[in-house]
Design a protein around this ligand. Structure first.
Ligand code: NAD
Ligand code: TYD
Length: 373
């Protein structure tokens, strides 16, 4: 049966996937209302939502998902029927150096949202019915795969290896428990690695783009033969949309691109694409004078193998058969087109990535990566 959200609370809507989701949703469902709740951590940026700020059907609330009273009043005052939960600490390396924030936000924060949703949607007679709580999770909860193992299905046992993955696994279990115990109408999606516009440049793809343009080393953890399954961010959001509107309550759906790459192959691909862009392009050489291509070099010359990540998962791969057969999902973007779009976006939005990289991100890198990496 089709469920059509009318008033949505998007947590983490100023982050990478959340901001893309807000754009996607308001373009496709302009008649609905979207309220974003975001704490604007280092990864959240209000500028990501500039194109929708000022629209009547959009509201931004600067606040924390761990603030029960705030979440409760937002759900009540805005008559929210659908909560789409993106807010999280999301970077594995940060979780290795400082797990506490991951437990606080990803576990406690998710629980606060569930408690508030239960209070408003299940215990308040004036609450909108029906309702939906969609939880955005990751394939990292399933742990790591050997080269010959089959991609993750929804029935794989959870085996998280990093504090980030463990915190997400824990939040997935809480979401499930609120459905099984109280009857909260939940859905969960577990997605593979995303890439695209607005991704904070601590994650592999935007980090590599920025480092090539500025002539900095390209850090490859270990041998670089770890494998990830990459999906363009809009294809993730189209999957979430399908799950919210057509998915079965209480179910989880894997979302993936059937697109496995080793890290080193991705880095070399980005190097080659940028080499092509620099070739004979004097304006680009002027804009990025530190890039190796300016002095006749190549991006690949910057590749630097560094110490491996602790507990580094060797391979993730998603089996998306359930969402494909049950909900008719398939990605629209090929990797070839998606990576070119992404590259162009970072070239066109140099001001954005330079601004978000100022300040806390640089300090954090210096603090944690001065030795080892
Ligand atoms: P991100 O780090 O870019 O954004 C997270 C957002 O959450 C930021 O805007 C931040 O300010 C906000 N936030 C953090 N703590 C908060 C708090 N306590 N209260 C309110 N807001 C808070 O993350 P992302 O890459 O956009 O990931 C979004 C979600 O998708 C996460 O739940 C992540 O686990 C999941 N996911 C990400 C990927 C990926 O490849 N990036 C893949 C699968 C699933
Ligand atoms: P990342 O983008 O952090 O996503 P995740 O850890 O959630 O998969 O990293 C993607 C892969 O790239 C992962 O195997 C770690 C590796 N990596 C590097 O080799 N060098 C880097 O500088 C970064 C950030 C990641």
């Amino acid at each position: 049966m089709l469920y059509q959200p009318e008033k949505i609370l998007v947590t983490g809507g100023a982050g990478f996937i959340g901001a893309n989701f807000v754009h996607f949703w308001l373009q496709n469902y302009p008649e609905s209302r979207v309220v974003v709740l975001d704490a604007l951590t280092y990864a959240g940026n209000r500028a990501n939502l500039l194109s929708v700020e000022g629209q009547e059907n959009f509201r931004f609330v600067h606040g924390d998902i761990r603030d029960y009273d705030l979440v409760l009043s937002l759900l009540r005052d805005e008559q929210i029927d659908t909560l789409v939960h993106f807010a999280a600490e999301s970077h594995v390396d940060r979780s290795i150096h400082g797990p506490d924030e991951f437990i606080d936000t990803n576990v406690i924060g998710t629980h606060v949202l569930l408690k508030a949703a239960k209070a408003v949607w299940l215990e308040d007679p004036l609450a909108p019915r029906p309702h939906r709580f969609h939880h955005v999770s990751t394939d990292e909860v399933y742990g790591t795969l050997q080269p010959n193992e089959q991609p993750f299905t929804e029935t794989n046992q959870y085996a998280p290896n990093s504090p980030y993955a463990a915190s997400k696994a824990s939040s997935d279990h809480l979401v499930r428990a609120y459905h099984e115990t109280y009857g909260l109408q939940v859905t969960t999606s577990n997605c593979s690695n995303n890439y695209g516009p607005y991704q904070f440049p601590e994650k592999l793809i935007p980090l590599i783009i920025g480092n090539i343009l500025d002539g900095r080393p390209l850090p490859i953890y270990g041998d670089g033969l770890q494998i990830r399954d990459w999906l363009y961010v809009d294809d993730h959001n189209r999957g979430i949309d399908l799950v919210i509107r057509q998915g079965k309550v209480g179910e989880t759906y894997n979302i993936g691109g059937n697109n496995e790459w080793t890290n080193i192959a991705i880095v070399k691909l980005i190097c080659n694409l940028l080499d092509e862009k620099f070739a004979g392009n004097e304006a680009m050489k002027k804009r990025f004078p530190q890039a190796p291509q300016v002095s006749g070099g190549k991006g690949e010359g910057l590749i630097t193998h560094v110490k491996d990540r602790l507990g580094h998962d060797r391979r993730y791969a998603i089996n998306a058969a359930k969402i494909t057969t049950e909900l008719g999902y398939s990605p629209m973007e090929s990797f070839e087109t998606g990576i070119r779009k992404t590259l162009d976006w970072y070239l066109d939005n140099e001001g954005w990535w330079r601004a978000v990289m100022d300040g806390s991100y640089r300090q954090w890198v210096e603090l944690n990566y001065s030795q080892g990496h």
